[in-house]
Design a protein around this ligand. Structure first.
Ligand code: M6R
Length: 600
């Protein structure tokens, strides 16, 4: 969701900004723009659509060493050139990019800007107009910016240029991610280290309600009272090659293929010198002190949480609830006496999850974040963090983060069980190794899944995924993958639930993907398949070695029954990938979606 870049230094800035924006494309956007400042003033280039479209509009003759750029994912106002950032104040003195949502923008408009003609439908324009109004009243830019920030309610990451102030970018942050990167003779601003990792790996984290004055020599962080804050930089552990596609046509395919490696990395990361799986003692103690765990997450991470609940209850024997973050605020369950919250988030920036984290911290609860991004907001604000070690996930459709989340949850449950003296019935390191091998086999069988996508999904309007027990959760994830990238109406159901309504939708030829990896319910799910076939469905049964039957379309290599989601999801991911490809969809950047959902 919206991305920001900025550069101030000695090189021509246009290409640096455009390259940086390309690295942020994965976050999702529908328009983009850059503003560059030189001795002649500020030059703005904006376009609806892709960065490639923006490139066409940028005047190559304009040279500048200072600039800001933005990818916009529309919230206020349709995706259009007028609503694209950067936005400029009426006199053109100030130019601004913004990520987030200003909740009181209507009120600010009424109070201060009644006479100011607005050029866009965005909440952002209010900010830049206010800065100009306060500057016209005699404040210097820093003071005008600070005064404006003090009035804003909501979330923002901001970068501001002043046409009258040479070589400075004014930056601010509240609830939306933003980093400042440090270089030799230059400094940068970015929503995500990935955008600037090609030119620096030294970054400074910004906290909420901070503003920063960035020149090419200096970075000065202040709070909104104007007091200076000292903060040391950190080294972003990101390899520039991690964020390249290499020979792959899409990031999603690369990330699906990386899953066996990620499983092995996770085993390594959580293994101690004695070869045992281990988790930080503080985290284990927090789980042991809790009388109930509350997993909070969105989308794919929520689906991973559903599987995690099974481990935490069956292996570690701790009652666990799983909640969709966006609903938690209104539908908060009656909490137990000693709750522990577990936030699962690939990005660590999801606003819905963060809103719950803020609320439960205010209530005095402890929280653990399981995330792929060290130093992300959810990680910083929780008491404890477990990392996924999945490497950057760039495709909007989450794949390797899902399997990494499940693997880390299994290790967490395993280590907690061990600390409680619970006798473990299987060797998790060995079983995760088997999973990694099974994933490899599945990734090597792509042609099979491409054919399934062709046979079942080439021209269908809809598709159902059914499963029981753990397979039900994988069905939910399979349906989410398919709908988000192929735009086929897809729903996941508990096999037994179909007859309570959804079976009415089954028509001649309706594809029904049925998962059969659970021994206890193997016969029941096959019974459900018979029910839909009797009504004309076109069934695609994906089973597991040892449970297979003649009618099955594909048989997954056997893995431990509790870990089946790790293997069973790979066919779901590949089928969705090929269905989207056959339909000529933009696999890595599906319409309307953002990778990092930083608005509630
Ligand atoms: O970064 P998060 O894990 O918190 O993101 C949560 C969801 O937005 C995310 O999983 C989304 O559902 C994916 N696009 C699914 O592929």
């Amino acid at each position: 969701m919206c991305g920001i870049v900025g550069y101030i230094g000695y090189k021509d800035v246009k290409e640096i900004l455009l390259n940086g924006l390309e690295k942020l494309e994965y976050r999702g956007y529908d328009s983009a723009g850059i503003a560059v400042r030189n001795e002649k003033g500020v030059h703005v280039f904006r376009e609806k659509g892709r960065i490639a479209d923006l490139r066409q509009t940028v005047d190559v003759n304009v040279q500048a060493v200072t600039g800001i750029g933005h990818t916009r994912w529309a919230t206020h106002g349709v995706p259009s050139k007028d609503n694209a950032h950067p936005h400029q104040s009426t006199a053109g003195r100030f130019t601004l990019v913004h990520n987030g949502v200003i909740e009181n923008y209507e009120q600010l408009k009424k109070e201060y800007l009644l006479d100011v003609p607005m050029k866009s439908d965005t909440d952002t324009e209010v900010i830049v107009q206010l800065v100009e109004i306060f500057a016209n009243e005699g404040l210097d830019t820093e003071a005008a910016f600070r005064k404006t920030l003090q009035m804003l309610k909501g979330s923002y990451a901001l970068a501001l240029l002043d046409a009258e102030q040479e070589e400075t970018i004014f930056v601010a942050k509240n609830k939306s991610p933003l980093l400042v990167g440090l270089g030799e003779g230059f400094n940068v601003v970015a929503s995500d280290a990935m955008a600037m990792i090609q030119i620096t790996d030294q970054f400074v984290e910004l906290m909420d309600k901070e503003m920063v004055i960035v020149t090419k020599e200096k970075v000065t962080i202040k709070n909104l009272d104007g007091q200076e804050i000292q903060r040391a930089p950190y080294t972003a552990e990101l390899d520039a090659s991690d964020i390249e596609k290499g020979t792959y046509p899409h990031y999603m395919l690369k990330e699906i293929d990386e899953q066996p490696l990620v499983m092995r990395k996770i085993i390594q990361a959580y293994q101690n010198d004695q070869g045992k799986l281990t988790i930080d003692q503080g985290i284990i103690q927090a789980l042991n002190e809790a009388d109930r765990l509350y997993i909070v997450a969105c989308g794919t991470s929520y689906h991973a949480g559903l599987v995690g609940k099974q481990f935490l209850e069956k292996v570690a024997k701790i009652p666990t609830e799983v909640h969709v973050a966006s609903e938690f605020g209104y539908n908060m369950p009656l909490l137990s006496e000693k709750p522990l919250f577990i936030f699962i988030s690939q990005s660590g920036e999801t606003a819905d999850s963060r809103a719950v984290l803020v609320k439960v911290k205010e209530m005095g609860c402890k929280a653990l974040t399981i995330t792929n991004v060290q130093g992300s907001t959810l990680s910083r604000e929780a008491d404890y963090t477990l990392l996924l070690h999945a490497g950057p996930e760039i495709a909007v459709a989450s794949t390797k983060a899902y399997t990494a989340q499940i693997a880390v949850l299994s290790i967490l449950a395993h280590a907690t069980a061990e600390s409680r003296g619970i006798k473990l019935e299987f060797d998790l390191i060995h079983e995760l190794g088997i999973v990694a091998n099974a994933m490899e086999v599945l990734c090597d069988t792509k042609a099979e899944f491409e054919q399934i996508a062709r046979d079942y999904l080439a021209s269908t309007r809809n598709c159902f995924f059914i499963g029981r027990a753990l397979d039900y959760y994988v069905s939910l994830e399979g349906a989410l993958k398919l709908k988000e990238i192929s735009y086929i109406q897809a729903e996941g159901f508990a096999g037994g639930e179909l007859k309570h309504g959804t079976i009415a939708l089954i028509e001649e030829g309706t594809p029904v993907v049925a998962l059969a990896t659970q021994q206890d319910v193997n016969l029941s799910i096959r019974g459900n398949v018979k029910e839909v076939v009797a009504r004309g469905a076109n069934p695609c049964i994906i089973s597991m070695k040892g449970l297979e039957s003649e009618e099955d379309r594909f048989v997954i290599p056997a893995v431990h029954e509790l870990l089946t989601p790790l293997a069973a999801v790979v066919p779901m991911q590949l089928i969705a990938y090929y269905a989207a490809l056959h339909r000529s969809c933009d696999v890595d950047k599906p319409r309307n979606l953002a990778k990092s959902v930083t608005v509630e």
